[in-house]
Design a protein around this ligand. Structure first.
Ligand code: NAP
Ligand code: MG
Length: 505
């Protein structure tokens, strides 16, 4: 079915029993007829089936994107027109805000509060890039007399975008918005667990006026669809968010065709509470830094360092507040923590907690699966605080990706900087102090792409988001991101009065 405005309105509601993929501006079923089953992890119930792409479907999507890029009109539109369409995407998303939030909550188990913030940000991402692209331009460089040089920013081409399940719709927006603003075409592969809202964004793109083939969505397995995209000769760039091992695999395979890549990978971000911190800010801020999105966040501040002189007081308040956090009905506005995404992920989380216990750590609160009333068949884990840890423990070194924080004491600034940096990751970090000099000094020594000072919030449209070390490279969400979807072409010309004859023959 062609995705005309009428067709979408006719289908109307976003909540369906089945979702097709989107290729070349149409709803398309998979060539094999295979489907993915999607779940509400809060209840452990099936919510819908989704067409599951294989290589054949992925090839169709790549060709549609290639055709749209090479022969289509999108990249030739004046930027103002691209911006107008992107603002229209945002405006349609706003008009369906409630439905989008509902689908995000249903497919991810996250709390309605978290989904509301994230969908709002997804909308703002389109608005931000609609604005940013209008002022994005090349430069004129100083040249010897007679020569003229300018740079022309051109879209990089067809982009494969592979995203995870922890922020299904926000990640789709982080990827699609800068790419199409730059004039690229996109084939997006959502996580197998959470494909629905990426499909909905793609449909909205068409409704807003994005031409056919510019955005295509192929739900399916990472090992099949993701791998096929990463190796495809017609793909110019891969933008990936997910785990560090998958990121390494993608980098290796993409090297065969020298694709441009950006990788947003895992983290084990430190949260440092100095002795001069404002407790009223540091306690709730640190709590949010680890437990928002049920800890399933790449920049979760999962390693906490607390100064020894305030340790007892801080921890008493922190544990007390952790116990007050509500897990349960994701649609209840009073819920702080939603469910875990899957049984498999729940097992991973619990095995890290068990390993910490076996290594001699102490669980101050939490540490086990939970069964909120009415949600007994879903995947739930108690917010967990672990102390008496040592730097070599698995639970301290590796990303857990769940509501689990490990806490260590420290005695001086130099020592805590060294310990905070003692990780292969380098994504986020938070510093809590009222000493401005210390805040700047520490911020500049932390090996991480993002440092939050007296705040737990890591991402606003316009701020660069990305990692150091094995947390990946490239920045998303900011103006700089546009350049990661563009090539700077250098155009050199000569305007001197005499013809050039460098060989003199
Ligand atoms: P993952 O394997 O890295 O998956 C992320 C995305 O990559 C998904 O769309 C996945 O597809 C796809 N993918 C998987 N293997 C691929 C391959 N060989 N080539 C191309 N694409 C591939 O992450 P996960 O398995 O969902 O989660 C595992 C761990 O990763 C978590 O426990 C957590 O530690 C970390 N993680 C980090 C982030 C982050 O934001 N940094 C997000 C999610 C997970 P499928 O969905 O079909 O597998
Ligand atoms: Mg995986």
């Amino acid at each position: 079915m062609e995705l005309t405005k009428e067709a979408i309105q006719e289908v109307g509601e976003m909540k369906r029993k089945h979702y097709a993929m989107v290729i070349n501006g149409e709803r398309v079923e998979s060539a094999s007829g295979d489907t993915l089953e999607t779940f509400d992890p809060a209840k452990g119930e099936t919510i819908a089936t989704v067409a599951k792409a294989n290589e054949e479907d992925t090839e169709k999507a790549v060709q549609a994107a290639r055709q749209a890029f090479d022969h289509g009109k999108w990249r030739k539109y004046p930027v103002g027109k691209r911006a107008r369409v992107m603002n229209q995407i945002a405006s349609i998303m706003r008009s369906r805000f409630k439905e989008l939030v509902e689908m995000e909550v249903l497919n991810s188990g996250k709390s309605v509060g978290a989904a509301t913030v994230q969908i709002n940000q997804a909308i703002e991402d389109f608005e931000f890039y609609a604005g940013a692209i209008v002022g994005h331009r090349g430069v004129v460089n100083n040249m010897p007399y007679g020569f003229f040089n300018y740079t022309h920013k051109e879209p990089v081409g067809v982009c494969a975008q592979i995203i995870p399940w922890n922020y299904p719709m926000m990640m789709a927006a982080w990827k699609i918005a800068p790419a199409i603003a730059a004039g690229c075409s996109v084939v997006i592969k959502p996580a197998s667990l959470t494909p629905i809202t990426a499909i909905l964004i793609n449909e909205i793109c068409h409704e807003a006026g994005v031409p056919e083939g510019v955005v295509n969505t192929v739900p399916g397995s990472g090992a099949v669809v993701g791998d096929y995209l990463v190796q495809h000769e017609d793909i110019n760039k891969v933008a990936f968010t997910g785990s560090t091992p998958t990121g390494k695999d993608i980098m290796e395979k993409a090297s065969q065709t020298l694709k441009r890549i950006t990788l947003e990978l895992g983290g084990k971000s430190p949260n440092i509470v100095f002795e001069d911190a404002d407790m009223e800010a540091a306690v709730p801020g640190s709590l949010f830094g680890i437990f928002f999105n049920t800890g399933q966040s790449c920049e979760a501040r999962s390693r906490m360092f607390v100064h020894e002189s305030i340790y007892d007081e801080f921890m008493e308040q922190f544990v007390e507040k952790t116990k007050q956090l509500k897990s349960g009905d994701p649609f209840d506005k009073g819920t702080h923590l939603g469910s875990i995404i899957s049984q498999e992920q729940l097992n991973v989380i619990d095995s890290y907690v068990q390993s910490a216990i076996a290594d001699g750590a102490t669980v101050l609160t939490g540490g086990k699966q939970m069964y909120p009333e009415g949600f007994e068949n879903g995947y739930w884990y108690e917010p967990t605080v672990i102390t008496d840890v040592t730097p070599d423990m698995k639970a301290v070194r590796e990303e857990i990706f769940g509501p689990v924080v490990v806490v260590e004491k420290f005695s001086d600034e130099k020592d805590v900087i060294k310990r905070a940096n003692d990780t292969k990751y380098g994504l986020g970090s938070s510093i809590w102090t009222t000493n401005q000099g210390r805040a700047t000094r520490v911020a500049h020594q932390i090996q991480a792409g993002i440092v939050m000072v007296n705040s737990p919030f890591s991402a606003f449209p316009g701020t660069p988001f990305g990692g150091y070390k094995e947390s990946g490279f490239g920045r998303e969400l900011s103006v700089e991101t546009l350049d990661l979807y563009m090539e700077d072409k250098s155009v050199l010309s000569y305007y001197g009065p005499k013809p050039l004859n460098p060989f003199g023959v």
